[in-house]
Design a protein around this ligand. Sequence first.
Ligand code: CMC
Length: 428
Amino acid sequence: MAESKATLSIDGNVVTDLPILKGTAGFDVIDIRTLGSKGYFTYDPGFLATASCESAITFIDGGKGVLQHRGYAIDDLAKKADYLEVCYILLNGDAPTKSQYDAFKKIITNHTMVHEKLAHFFQGFLPDAHPMAMVCAVVGALSSFYHSDLDIDDQAQRTRSAHRLIAKMPTIAAMAYKYSIGQPFVYPRNDLSYAENFLHMMFSVPAEEYKVSPTIASAMDRIFTLHADHEQNASTSTVRLAGSSGANPYACIAAGVASLWGPAHGGANEACLTMLEEIGTLDRVDEYVAKAKDKSDSFRLMGFGHRVYKNFDPRATVMRETCHEVLSELGIKDPLLDVAMALEKVALEDPYFIEKKLYPNVDFYSGIILKAIGIPTSMFTVIFAMSRTVGWISHWDEMLSQPGQKIGRPRQKYTGEIDRKFIPLKDR
Ligand code: CMC
């Protein structure tokens, strides 16, 4: 609903009035959709001030460090709900009753196996392929298994795709890991929780029994929850844009996986550990902090800073607590973790980081936890992708449910050549 209007005037001449729309919280938005007809586009590379859609899933107030899913605060969800409950909330809008939760859990559990043919896809990869490369390809390939269930205008089919993706992502992720280390794939177990089952598929081998540690399973579940959704970030916007053309859900989620892979986004947790390994010892921390502050050096401290959180990242607060709990409960001693703790201290005290509001982000702590619980670095972003699948698919479903949904088609400010005379090759 238009509450008030903004007037665009150029050189003192009024061009048009633009309605200002209000959400339930957060910044008001200026509706510029009619501006094209007046001969202007807006220019906002990197979407620093552009609301690309309307959404009722996740609210972030970066200045205040607020993150809420469907109105529920992230720290409450992380501490009082398990990941599947958060999935239900993101997908359906409200916290489930006990019977709704049980029914949802049963559905997800019943979809965890993948078609045996899907296992053959892995054989085409080199053993040293990055697990993200395998996951991206195999998730896209899932669409070939569900030809008859890909009508995106049918809510029941969309919901089934969402359930399949949430259920099968851990299986595919663990398969990518097992393939990369030359071990047999491990089938899911329906008697385990979502997090326990993932750890079981990752770490058990036919030769001996694997007991899932409750501390590790609960840390894993919290990592899933804290990565479940984050409104219109790069990968979610990618999923929405891909989906806006009517592409099938598996193709859209594969696009999300690809976008997440970059080190400025989901790849940050892997990049953070690689950086800790490069720093190596405590005596080199100052040198790397100096590099990060040097304007002539492109090096950045991975796992620090965030586009929207400029005071603190509420996910990082919970993850930091979990990180310290896990390290002390497991009694883990690792020089890299000492380096991480020293970096955390410097960044929280150094004026450069304080002035630029660069705090350790969720991926700094999740990387440390994952390392402590024995997850290989190359799997970090895969785990982020698994966790974020519910967010991606919830946004995809929301977009397709909205009336008047249009294909995404940004415009541009053209800066290239114009009206050149083309000379045929033989005359050049
Ligand atoms: N180390 C050192 N300096 C930094 C860092 C860093 N990690 N991040 C930003 N800066 C500086 C940057 O050089 C710039 O300085 P100046 O104003 O002097 O030019 C200033 O801080 C602002 O940086 P920006 O690139 O304009 O900020 P942004 O909001 O566009 O970027 C970011 C946010 C997350 C991409 C960036 O902070 C970064 O590259 N961090 C490291 C990668 C990382 O950890 N990414 C994970 C984000 S959380 C997971 C997710 O949600 O995907």
